[in-house]
Design a protein around this ligand. Structure first.
Ligand code: HEM
Length: 499
């Protein structure tokens, strides 16, 4: 039995969701299933931490716990949960569409680097390293100098982040590119043939190229810093890299485009799956040309819109760059509008078989568009000065990740029979989707209202109305956790497919 299958078999509770027989399809199924399962373990831990935050504030349990839990919650949700789930589903999609193996050394390395990296970061956070994952350099070092956390916590934290970055920037993108262009095709693995000209595949390849190209400068800058922290190279050699302006720009070119790459990936995934669910069996989008145009607009506009992270650094950031970031951010809406058009026109022309998978994918897409509106608002220079440091920004980060994850969870529903030879429990799945949507809307608008009212983000001293918003986050967070439980149940109570 393969390593991945053995790990799934042995995992308590979560293993039952992904158990599979040994079969000829293991090369495309086993590692994606293991990654999806592991991402759900992180989701469960991070969700409990999410719910603990309002509780800590409402019952006055101490600011240390708040900063620790928010740091663990944000990092775990973004990387070992959302990103790892995306890796799992895109590997499975590439494998089944192109007839390529989704296993091997690069896949194993991606899994190990992502999960060991996230574990190391967890250890660092437990040692007191409390910086948001949207880290501002040199704050981690300032924390050491002011005695807030130790140098060892910083080194362990940076090592963990380095592992996670290596998986996101190198091993995963290189594997997808190798599958797309180089590796040997196995006809028996190609179950849903797709050409590389298909918008679904173009979106996936664009996404990994964005990760690779925008990530390499970050690796080149962060690696010498880490080598210095380990005492391998002297301080003089890294002076250029630790200049805040150098590090911060290079970091945000990647960090911003990481989210954009994930967004382009999910648009690609929607373009790939929607045609397979059309009622007339045409297996076509309304127009591949419009779909591809939307992807290119999203790509071009998103690359330099990263300037919107720096508006409040005026006058350090020249206003030309600020307004360029503003305009490019607004222009991403054209790509969004063309995508909405393509989806609606496809449904109008070809009809839709409304399975839970499609509901969840389209529901996630609606959430993604709703969140896009908040992104447009906060990427306006003037409004950014009011909203930047508030929970509007944290809520936007959280909502886009929830929306993206919902789409991948819908994709998992779609891929599940192929992956496990079982079919999900349909009624539990439909129930779970209703609660997903209700809780998302509740969390989303609570964050927006609280942000507009000036509630600061990452602040452990809620008072007055902020406590009411906090209580609402607790209520909707509980409903979200219930919907995750239903999602897990829909997989655990799946039934074997009859042939
Ligand atoms: C399960 C219910 C959840 C609850 C109750 C919850 C609650 C919270 C709260 C209270 C904050 C802190 C706001 C602040 O003080 O700035 C937060 C931040 C955040 N949440 Fe959640 N959340 C939940 C689920 C999720 C999910 C599913 C994701 C992603 C898939 C997510 C991603 C994030 C991120 C990225 C942040 C920002 C962290 C930072 O600022 O460093 N959360 N959440």
């Amino acid at each position: 039995m393969s390593v991945a299958n053995t790990l799934i078999q042995k995992a308590p509770f979560f293993g039952r969701m992904f158990q599979m027989e040994e079969s000829d399809l293991n090369p495309i199924n086993s590692w994606p299933a293991l990654m999806a399962m592991t991402s759900f373990v992180w989701l469960t831990i991070a969700a409990v931490l999410g719910l603990s935050m309002p509780a800590i504030q409402l019952f006055d349990l101490g600011s240390h716990w708040y900063y620790q839990n928010i740091t663990l919650h944000g990092a775990a949700m973004a990387f070992p949960f959302a990103f790892q789930l995306m890796v799992a589903m895109s590997l499975h999609r590439a494998g089944a569409c192109l007839g390529k193996r989704a296993d091997g050394i690069l896949v194993a390395l991606t899994y190990i680097l992502m999960n060991v990296g996230a574990l190391l970061l967890t250890v660092a956070v437990l040692m007191g390293f409390h910086v948001t994952y949207t880290v501002m350099f040199p704050l981690p070092v300032v924390g050491v100098m002011t005695g807030q956390w130790s140098m060892s916590a910083l080194v362990i934290g940076f090592t963990g982040i380095a592992f996670v970055l290596l998986s996101m920037i190198l091993t995963y993108p290189i594997k997808i590119l190798r599958m797309s262009f180089f590796e040997k095709k196995h006809d028996e693995l190609q179950l849903a043939e797709r050409s590389l000209k298909d918008p679904g595949m173009i979106g996936m390849i664009m996404g990994v190229l964005v990760l690779l190209i925008t990530g390499l400068p970050l690796l080149a800058t962060a690696s010498p810093i880490l080598l210095h922290l380990y005492g391998i190279i002297p301080a003089e050699w890294i002076a250029w890299a630790v200049k805040p302006v150098v590090f911060e720009f290079i970091f945000y070119i990647f960090a911003h485009n990481l989210m954009e790459a994930m967004a382009i990936m999910i648009v690609g995934a929607v373009y790939a799956t929607l045609p397979l669910c059309t009622a007339d069996g045409s297996r076509r989008l309304y127009s591949d040309k419009i779909a591809n145009l939307a992807l290119w607009i999203l790509l071009v506009t998103s690359i330099t819109s990263f300037f919107h992270h720096f508006f409040t650094m005026y006058p350090a950031l020249p206003s030309t760059f600020a307004y360029h970031g503003n305009i490019m951010s607004f222009a991403t809406a054209i790509g969004g509008a063309l995508t909405i058009f393509t989806i609606l026109a496809t449904i109008w022309k070809h009809g839709l078989v409304a399975t839970p998978a499609v509901f969840l994918i389209l529901g996630g897409f609606v959430m993604y568009i709703l969140d896009g509106v908040t992104a447009i608002v906060i990427s306006n220079v003037a409004w950014n000065f009011k909203l930047h440091g508030t929970v509007w920004a944290g809520g936007h980060a959280m909502s886009v990740l929830i929306a993206i994850s919902m789409i991948w969870m819908g994709m998992l529903y779609y891929h599940y029979p192929l992956m496990t030879n079982r079919t999900i429990n349909d009624s539990t799945a439909r129930k779970c989707i209703k609660y997903f949507f209700l809780s998302f809307i509740g969390l989303f608008y609570t964050f927006l209202v609280a942000g507009a009212a000036g509630m600061p983000r990452r602040n452990a001293a809620w008072e007055g109305d902020w406590l009411i918003y906090g209580a609402m986050l607790g209520v909707f967070g509980t409903i979200l956790i219930y919907s995750f439980f239903l999602y897990f149940s829909s997989l655990r109570n799946s039934k074997a497919l009859d042939f």
